[in-house]
Design a binder for this molecule. Structure first.
Ligand code: 0X9
Ligand code: ZN
Length: 750
């Protein structure tokens, strides 16, 4: 609904005066304000007036800055109408410090009820390693410019770790983001303290090595405690009276490109050359010493974001990585949400704003899956000063995310079904099973599809073909309707390990026939009704058209041969929140259709299927609306819910449901609802079909004349004599006595 301010923010070199770091009360008489600038000249004027940037984001649109009273007045006189976010910044800093000082440092988790200076964070990590010598060790992996240790804590279960994948987490690249060191230390604490009693943690740590660097930038972190609470960079003496390199612009990935500054005074100064800083060089070398490292998260604050590559370019990372980042980042977001209800937006870094030379882009470029997670809070007030009482909740929700990452990367080789698990095969059609293998730290040495058809007791092995890029496939030969088989994938790694997908058990597949008896691809209007007496939506009313793409709305319909679909106002409008659903619900009701089973079937069931698009994860109040879809078998008098859509795929998703009581007077109804003023709601529907699924013939009725009799027996003998693959009923690759007995079994079952 509300127009979200998104990207198209371009970065400029912020020119702002350095805070005088040695004053006891540097922020006396200072506020944090938001102004909206309309062009570069206005932006320059604001930056000239401001003391320091509050947000790292700077461009046309809203900009948040620290100003003193004089500058505040100056901005107001220039006509900027500054909105005050923090009235008394020094008061806020003092209050934070008083709260920190007033808290007693107690044992165990209470340590995490407060923030701690550099020495205490290091001491706490050392204490953990001392308490759990079988599970953890701390090493010094480098030294900061001012000679402070950069430490790493490594955690894994006892035993041989050489074939365990490593996941790597760090905090504290940015000095003022105190929750980063706190949360990463919390992860170390929980992993170690839960190992003994929590089977999930133990199971993961027995397969994965976790490495954590809680403070990448010790000098900056210390300085933010002693001098300037809002210091961001390291403390490099730049030689021209300015201090500090932004470590998160110093990595060797598009170094010096957009979103980084060559002005040493800037908060996003990239430094003289990539890895010029001992802090970034130390982390680089640490990563390179571990060939098993597979995934990495660089923890920052604030904004509650899960950012994936690239951060510097609009070019998408190649597949399958792109799809992986989209879906797994969404999964991480859902995982975090499930803990305390906090929403972390998953998105590409570049879609936030461009930034060059960032850590997680670099880790991705050297072969890891790399993320930047921006922790709590989600708003500029309190921004970097997340209250100490929120350390543990932030730690808890992100602990679930790091466990999810450990789980996802725990195997030296990971197998998955890129098209999902197959549960249905079609009459007399071979079924292709595809497997995606990701060699995280090992290689595949052959995969096979293990199939057990209904007539056999054992599995037969079908070798899978290597299609390249880790993709393997094999065909289960055609079977007739009514039959079934089980399957799983088995293999070996070159390291000698066993592979199996699924990890336990087999997948069951039934062979069916499918006939489409009603088809509506929305290319013409078959008699739909837009609107209902209860509708209150004022915009985003359903219409049928070739949709115009927005961030939330599809560019194309779903049908391969069409252009139109039903969509909640398919026009793009001037902005994202312009023509989405606003002000309540908008209802779309289908014409009546016949879902009864027609034709001769031994057994049959009617299904309804449709393709739907739903987007509600943009805007100021994401994930707050829903789209109920109902079906009626009495022309619209009574309705049964099929699903209540909340899943934000921002993509076409085909759903299919069995119809409990099919009639010849069915209707489908879709209500796209906008109940939260701040959310963006876009929906579409296409390719509505009725499918009859079942079998028209018994599998022993080989000549398909409707009865199983002697003629089928002779038909089988003909196939058998001709060595026709259709006679290989047990799928063992040869036509032999086993098939003969299998046929007798099917025959007896008729
Ligand atoms: O700008 C940064 O370095 C990170 N944000 S912060 O406020 N913690 O400084 C975010 C970098 C993420 N990447 C992109 N936005 N491209
Ligand atoms: Zn940061």
């Amino acid at each position: 609904m509300r127009q979200a301010f998104l990207a198209s923010v371009f970065l400029v070199s912020p020119v702002f005066a350095q805070i005088n770091g040695d004053l006891a009360k540097p922020f006396h008489d200072h506020k944090v304000v938001r102004v909206t600038v309309e062009d570069q000249a206005q932006l320059d004027a604001v930056l000239k007036e401001a003391d320091q940037l509050w947000s790292h984001r700077v461009g046309i649109g809203p900009v948040e800055v620290i100003v003193d009273t004089q500058s505040f007045d100056a901005l107001r006189d220039m006509g900027f109408a500054p909105v005050t976010l923090v009235e008394d910044l020094q008061g806020m800093v003092d209050k934070e410090r008083a709260e920190i000082d007033g808290r007693s440092i107690l044992l165990d988790l209470e340590w995490f009820e407060n923030y701690h200076p550099y020495d205490e964070v290091i001491a706490y990590n050392n204490g953990l390693a001392a308490d759990f010598p079988d599970l953890a060790s701390v090493s010094v992996i480098g030294e900061s410019i001012q000679g402070r240790d950069i430490i790493a804590i490594e955690i894994t279960g006892p035993g041989d770790r050489s074939d365990r994948p490593t996941v790597f987490f760090n905090g504290g690249q940015h000095a003022r983001e105190w929750i980063g060191p706190a949360a990463t230390t919390y992860f170390a604490d929980r992993l170690l303290n839960l190992y003994a009693d929590d089977g999930r943690v133990r199971g993961l740590l027995d397969k994965v090595v976790v490495k954590i660097v809680p403070i990448v930038n010790p000098d900056g972190y210390s300085y933010s405690w002693t001098n300037n609470r809002f210091w961001r960079k390291n403390r490099r003496d730049n030689g021209n009276g300015t201090r500090g390199v932004d470590l998160n612009r110093n990595w060797d990935i598009n170094f010096g490109g957009q979103g980084a500054s060559n002005d040493p005074d800037s908060d996003i100064y990239h430094g003289p050359f990539a890895f010029s800083e001992p802090e970034t060089a130390a982390i680089r070398d640490y990563i390179f010493t571990d060939p098993n490292m597979v995934a990495h998260v660089d923890f920052h604050s604030f904004s509650q974001l899960i950012l994936y590559p690239w951060g510097y370019t609009e070019t998408l990372v190649p597949e399958p990585d792109y799809s992986f980042f989209v879906s797994f980042s969404q999964f991480l977001s859902d995982t975090i949400l499930s803990v305390h209800g906090e929403f972390y937006t998953p998105q590409r870094g570049i879609d936030l704003y461009p930034a060059s030379g960032i850590c997680s882009d670099w880790t991705y470029s050297v072969g890891l899956k790399g993320w930047t997670i921006e922790l709590r809070p989600n708003s500029s007030n309190p921004g970097f000063e997340l209250p100490p009482g929120e350390i543990i909740p932030t730690g808890e929700e992100n602990f679930e995310a790091i466990l999810a990452i450990m789980d996802r990367f725990k195997d030296p080789i990971r197998l998955s079904f890129p098209d999902g698990e197959i549960d249905t095969a079609f009459d007399l059609e071979a079924t292709t099973v595809r497997v995606q293998a990701e060699g995280l730290i090992d290689q595949i040495d052959g995969l096979s599809l293990e199939v057990r058809p209904d007539v056999s007791t054992g599995f037969v092995s079908i070798p899978m073909t290597d299609l390249g890029d880790g993709l393997y496939e094999a065909d289960v030969p055609a079977l007739s309707c009514g039959r079934s088989f089980e399957y799983y994938v088995a293999g070996l790694t070159t390291g000698g390990g066993d592979l199996r997908l699924p990890e336990d058990g087999d997948l069951d597949v039934g062979v069916i026939s499918e006939v489409v008896t009603h088809e509506d691809d929305a290319e013409t209007d078959l008699g739909w009704t837009v609107g209902d007496s209860g509708d209150t939506a004022t915009t985003g009313i359903w219409n049928r058209m070739n949709p115009q793409a927005t961030e939330a709305q599809p560019e194309d319909d779903n049908s391969p041969n069409g252009v139109n679909c039903w969509v909640t106002d398919g026009q793009a409008g001037g902005g994202l929140g312009d023509r989405d659903v606003d002000g309540g619900g908008t209802t779309l009701t289908s014409p009546a259709f016949d879902a009864t089973v027609t034709g001769d079937w031994l057994s049959a069931e009617s299904h309804i299927s449709y393709a739907r698009w739903y987007s509600n994860d943009r805007g100021a109040e994401p994930d707050s609306d829903h789209m109920p879809i109902h079906i009626s078998n009495d022309g619209g008098n009574t309705w049964v819910e099929l699903e209540d859509v909340t899943e934000n795929r921002n993509a076409w998703v085909t759903k299919s449901f069995a119809i409990a009581d099919p009639s010849d007077n069915m209707r489908l109804r879709i209500v796209a609802r906008d109940d939260s003023p701040g959310s963006i709601v876009e929906a579409a529907i296409d390719d509505i079909r009725v499918l009859i699924r079942g079998c028209q013939y018994h599998p022993s009725d080989l000549n398909r004349d409707g009865t199983t009799d002697a003629s089928d027996f002779f038909a089988f003998l003909d196939l058998f004599a001709a060595s026709d693959p259709g006679a290989d009923l047990d799928l063992n690759g040869t036509i032999d006595a086993g098939d003969f007995f299998a046929f007798l079994d099917l025959f007896a079952d008729a």
